[in-house]
Design a protein around this ligand. Structure first.
Ligand code: WTA
Length: 644
């Protein structure tokens, strides 16, 4: 790790914005940074004023650390701001969503179409008994109806909790139970790499023993036969059939919850991150407009799944609040071939493209021939999110995909932050490959040492509240205070390591806690460990992320077995499948290593650092605190034997 960091900081290339890009950019100079530094609240207020409120706020910020309220007393509706405002303001017949399914089917919804669809589903939800404040779980494919369902919830004041379609039935159940959702919206299935993911079947399994759910709304996507025999099951089509296409938006308090999104932390239990209406909308609106330099003529494409926060903020709320044309794609990048993304960019003349380093590294591996087959000249800006991007991948992305002419915005943020926090502004910032550069205007970020003193290398913290910040963990304020605010009272602890260079640029170094990024998906080592020890053969498990060329991390599980079980290939396979069943295939371990014992300190703490050394084939670090040094020596030998 240290070695690659040194390489990063030696990365000397810089890229100034081109005169032609800068000429038309929303931000062309340092003024916004100065304005925000001079009066942060006035600056954020100026963004809020660009949205539609039915009642103005009386105070911009109420800050009782660690609890913030933004635009206090203000009332607005997120679906009105993302849809109706544009219908009334001249974008009625502009494409809001251009969608392509994995099999190649196409649909386009104008803002007027979107308004009708949202209102009808909102009325349908009301008819099913959904009221303001109720939670609605959405477990859906990447189809327009997912955005419609989110906006319909927002319209009537229900809180949506989107669960990524790659999570298993058990993971879904845990999230439904924690949120006590009244409704689950799903589909018969979704397409992925030519296969069908059985969403309804998973939902049925998830709902065994769940009492909060009154109705399961099923959208017909694939047309395959599903069991609709349950008393709770209703088809989407029947829910909207007789509903009027007008639905008065509920005036929501700025601090009313807009959504809940479950994410992985340092324990086995996922956290329901709470986001509110006013702050989310203002933060997503502002960052989308400036960072992507979004204009009316753009065709904007973010490749994330809406099941993750990136899709919430940068497929739905940010772009739609700006009245953008958003491309949405249902399936895999390598289906039917490895140029599906480039085919889409060429076909729809995409101008802004936002994806993840893990995808970029896969594209690199697949080779330049695939993008070279296509006309990518419509692109004018590229973005990256989800993990640190290595300078090689950054440069390849800029050159091969962006033709050397598109700025690359490397955007750092988290589920908890709600919107981008550190990123270039493409018309002003000189880019350095591998650096997220500097905080967005109005964001006060710092790198500090253990004592909280500014440092060249250390923990990334945010020193003052920002509009889209999480408002807590659903049902667990104590965990919220403890995880994010206890190390440095009054400052938000991000969990990321970071370096600053001589120009003050931020270089993100990855997580310093037990959170893993695997192909951009956020997982916790503890969650996977709990899934493993849930299996009858497992006595103890320790999970680490091993550096992986494309995925960033590969999951490696060290497992000790209960008496009477043999660590053979069959069991290894069974344990992997057990993790898939408990969490989803995104968490399937790449390696399972059986061991008689795990390396522990004398006080019984598992030394994951040593396990990482073993998995990555390094000489072992300091082993003096180990209770039994022989354990790691034999493990190392065993691992090396297995690798060979
Ligand atoms: C990592 C995704 C480096 C980081 C939006 C963070 C990044 C975690 C970047 C949050 C980036 C995200 N450079 N690291 N540009 N963007 N990360 O909640 O470790 O899925 O803490 O949100 O992703 O992951 P999450």
């Amino acid at each position: 790790m240290e070695k690659s960091i040194e390489a990063l900081l030696k990365e000397g290339r810089t890229f100034k914005p081109s005169a032609s890009f800068r000429k038309d950019a929303w931000v062309r100079d340092e003024k916004p940074y100065r304005d925000a530094a001079k009066n942060r609240l006035k600056y954020w207020e100026s963004w809020a004023k660009q949205l539609h409120w039915t009642q103005k706020w009386s105070k911009v910020l109420d800050w009782r650390p660690p609890f913030a309220k933004w635009f206090v007393g203000g009332k607005l509706n997120a679906s009105f701001n993302c849809v109706d405002r544009h219908v009334e303001g001249g974008r009625r017949n502009k494409a809001a969503l251009i969608w392509e399914g994995e099999p190649g089917d196409e649909r386009t919804l104008t803002y007027a179409d979107l308004q009708r669809a949202v209102c009808r589903f909102a009325n349908g939800l009301k008819a099913l008994g959904v009221q303001k404040g109720d939670r609605v779980t959405l477990y859906m494919p990447m189809i327009p109806e997912l955005a419609v369902a989110m906006l319909a919830c927002a319209r009537i004041g229900a809180i949506h909790s989107v669960v990524f379609g790659g999570f298993s039935a058990e993971a879904l159940r845990e999230r439904i139970n924690d949120s006590q959702s009244k409704i689950v919206v799903t589909a018969d299935g979704s397409y992925r790499r030519g296969q069908i993911v059985p969403l309804k079947k998973n939902t049925d399994e998830a709902l065994v023993g769940v009492s909060s759910v009154e109705k399961v709304v099923v959208f017909r996507r694939t047309g395959q036969a599903v069991d609709m025999g349950g008393p709770r099951d209703v088809w989407w089509d029947d829910v909207v059939k007789d509903q009027p296409c007008v639905c008065e938006p509920e005036p929501m308090d700025s601090e009313d919850m807009l959504y809940l999104l479950y994410t992985s932390g340092s324990t086995g239990k996922p956290k329901g991150v709470k986001h509110t209406t006013g702050g989310t909308l203002v933060g997503c609106f502002a960052t989308t407009k400036w960072i992507f330099d979004l204009k009316d003529e753009d065709v904007y494409w973010c490749t994330a799944d809406i099941g993750w926060v990136t899709g919430h903020s940068y497929i739905v709320y940010g772009p739609l609040a700006n009245g953008a044309t958003v491309l949405m794609y249902e399936g895999a990048p390598d289906w039917p071939d490895k140029d599906r993304f480039w085919t889409l960019i060429e076909k729809y003349r995409v101008s802004i493209f936002y994806t993840a380093p893990t995808a970029i590294r896969a594209f690199m591996k697949w080779g330049e021939a695939w993008p070279r087959k296509h006309d990518l000249s419509s692109l004018r800006l590229l973005g990256s999110v989800g993990e640190p991007i290595n300078p090689e991948a950054w440069t390849w992305y800029r050159q091969v995909i962006g033709g050397g002419r598109c700025p690359v915005v490397d955007t750092w943020w988290q589920t908890e932050t709600g919107h981008i926090m550190i990123s270039p502004l493409p018309g002003v910032t000189t880019l350095k490959p591998g650096s997220a550069t500097r905080p967005f205007p109005g964001i006060e970020a710092e790198v500090v040492d253990e004592q909280g003193k500014p440092a060249q290398s250390g923990y990334l913290v945010i020193k003052s509240p920002w509009p889209g910040m999480l408002r807590g963990i659903y049902g667990d304020d104590e965990r919220y205070e403890q995880v994010y605010w206890s190390k440095y009272p009054g400052w938000y602890l991000t969990g990321d390591g970071c370096k600053r260079d001589k120009n003050g640029y931020f270089w993100l170094l990855g997580r310093v806690d037990d959170v893993l990024k695997v192909s951009g998906h956020r997982l916790s080592t503890m969650e996977i460990e709990s899934a493993l020890v849930d299996h009858k053969a497992v006595a103890e498990a320790a999970v680490i992320g091993k550096h992986h060329e494309i995925k960033e991390n590969a999951v490696v599980a060290f497992v000790s077995l209960r008496h009477g079980y043999a660590g053979d290939d069959r069991l290894s396979k069974e344990l992997r499948e057990h993790v898939v069943k408990k969490i989803g295939s995104l968490a399937r371990p790449d390696d399972v290593i059986f061991t008689v014992e795990l390396p522990k300190t004398r006080s019984g703490k598992i030394m994951r650092r040593l396990l990482r050394d073993i998995a990555e084939g390094r000489t072992l670090g300091d082993t003096t605190t180990l209770a039994d040094a022989a354990v790691v020596r034999s493990l190392k030998e065993k691992y090396e034997g297995q690798e060979a």
